[in-house]
Ligand binder design. Structure first.
Ligand code: HAM
Length: 420
């Protein structure tokens, strides 16, 4: 690796892939807009405390994965590892709680986590996400889940399943935690290092640990959904009822806990069933304490985020190739210096009328330029030589029929209409 290679865990999105990204981003904006979510753009870095408080200081993200640095003013700043805490911070700081509630927001952009890199897991990755802030209505939970499902369907993603759980509220969690600690105490010393740390602070996370999650005593551990308080149980029943009515299929997964501390009640993950180890395409849930934790009023929220890179891993290669096609409306072929000069004007004329057009800037011969026109799948080419320059005209070549006709530059745009 040279000092000029890109840092581990990052990707370059080269133009071919960028067109696929643009398509996915455009679809995300389109679908989120249909559900009346509006875009929010927050800084890429925040005061470190936003994530320590928001995401939670017992999480892997805060303990091991943040890109934290001190700026020249002595502030501790962190590149955002996720979008929710920043959106909630902006909601509170912008006093959006004074407006119509719930606020419905979406965002798209890069996130940063110092994770062990592997396929589908990067150190800079891009998330699309939505947040509904200011409602505890189970219909809001069902809406974001159905929205995530709709988005995957619009993109043509086929092989996935939805895992659903309720992680309760601090009240039911306290009851469950006591039972869990009692149940797991006999194997405390056998647990992995991470789970030893989680034991006192957040033992529920032991349930979805990749290493300890398969231990018979962990598998037989008390389930949070058997210990929900009356309100949380009723909320969960309603969420499930709405999803049933919307024909969104889900699997109840009591061991699914999510890796961020702010979740209360609904938690869900969309899992790509044909992906490898990093198979969660979208994760989300409800976070009823987060707004007040970040200095705002006592408002509830629910949302999700998905990784764009991981989503693209579910795409069919043929679809990717189709989206990557780089097609021109018109290609301008020139022979000689006078023609090259005239092409500058002709290209401006074409582009100002909305034709996607390009020409040759590398001194290629006629045949090579014709090949380029074919490569860019241009339905029409304009050939300009000395004769055409003298007549202030161009030779319009239909690239399919190969027929050619001389067209005066003044009439060029109307002659090209049928090629657009
Ligand atoms: P999360 O589960 O940490 O949740 O991340 C959401 C999604 O981002 C994951 O399911 C995955 O697709 C993608 N992702 C996470 N880490 C990486 C990585 N290192 N490389 C590639 N993709 C990754 C959140 O971030 C919450 N803020 C979601 C949320 C919004 N909950 C409520 N509102």
């Amino acid at each position: 690796m040279t000092e000029f290679a890109r840092p581990p865990g990052t990707v370059d999105v080269l133009p071919e892939q960028a067109s696929v990204w643009q398509w996915v981003e455009a679809k995300a904006r389109e679908v989120f807009d249909l559900y009346h979510y509006r875009e929010m753009r927050t800084p890429i870095f925040e005061h470190t405390a936003v994530f320590e408080r928001g995401v939670g200081d017992t999480t892997d993200i805060v303990q091991k994965e943040m890109y934290t640095f001190t700026d020249r003013g002595g502030r501790s700043l962190t590149l955002r590892p996720e979008g929710t805490a920043g959106v909630v911070r902006a909601f509170v700081e912008g006093k959006l709680h004074g407006g119509t509630l719930p606020g419905k927001y979406f965002y798209l952009g890069p996130m940063f986590r110092y994770e062990k890199k592997q396929a589908g897991r990067y150190r800079q990755f891009n998330q699309y996400g939505v947040e509904v802030i200011g409602s505890d209505d189970p219909r809001a939970d069902a809406e974001v889940i159905e929205l995530a499902n709709r988005f995957l369907q619009v993109l043509g993603v086929e092989h996935y399943r939805l895992e659903l759980n309720s992680v309760g509220c601090p009240q039911c969690r306290a009851v469950h935690k006591a039972l869990l600690l009692e149940h797991l105490l006999p194997i405390k010393a056998e647990l992995c290092q991470d789970c030893q740390g989680r034991f006192d602070k957040n033992p529920m996370r032991i349930l979805d640990c990749k290493i300890d999650g398969k231990h018979p005593l962990v598998l037989s551990a008390p389930k949070i959904t058997d210990h929900l308080c009356v309100d949380c149980a009723a909320h969960f029943e309603e969420v499930k009822g709405h999803l049933d009515a919307l024909h969104v299929q889900y699997e109840l997964t009591p061991t699914m806990v999510r890796g961020l501390d702010y979740y209360t009640r609904t938690a869900f993950e969309f899992i790509g069933t044909e992906l490898g180890a990093q198979s969660t395409i979208i994760g989300g849930g409800r976070y009823n304490g987060l707004v007040s934790m970040l200095g705002g009023p006592d408002l509830q929220g629910v949302g999700f985020a998905g990784g764009l890179e991981r989503l693209l891993l579910t795409f069919d290669q043929a679809i990717m190739a189709e989206l990557a096609v780089d097609k021109l409306d018109v290609f301008v072929i020139t022979m000689g210096e006078a023609a090259a000069m005239l092409s500058v004007f002709v290209l401006q004329l074409l582009r100002s009328h909305g034709f996607r057009a390009d020409g040759d800037y590398a001194g290629r011969g006629f045949k090579a330029q014709l090949k380029l026109a074919d490569r860019y799948l241009a339905p029409a080419a304009l050939i300009i030589g000395d004769d055409e320059v003298a007549q202030h005209a161009v030779m319009l070549r239909d690239m399919t029929s190969k027929e050619q006709q001389l067209v005066a530059i003044d009439e060029l745009i109307s002659a090209l209409r049928k090629y657009k």
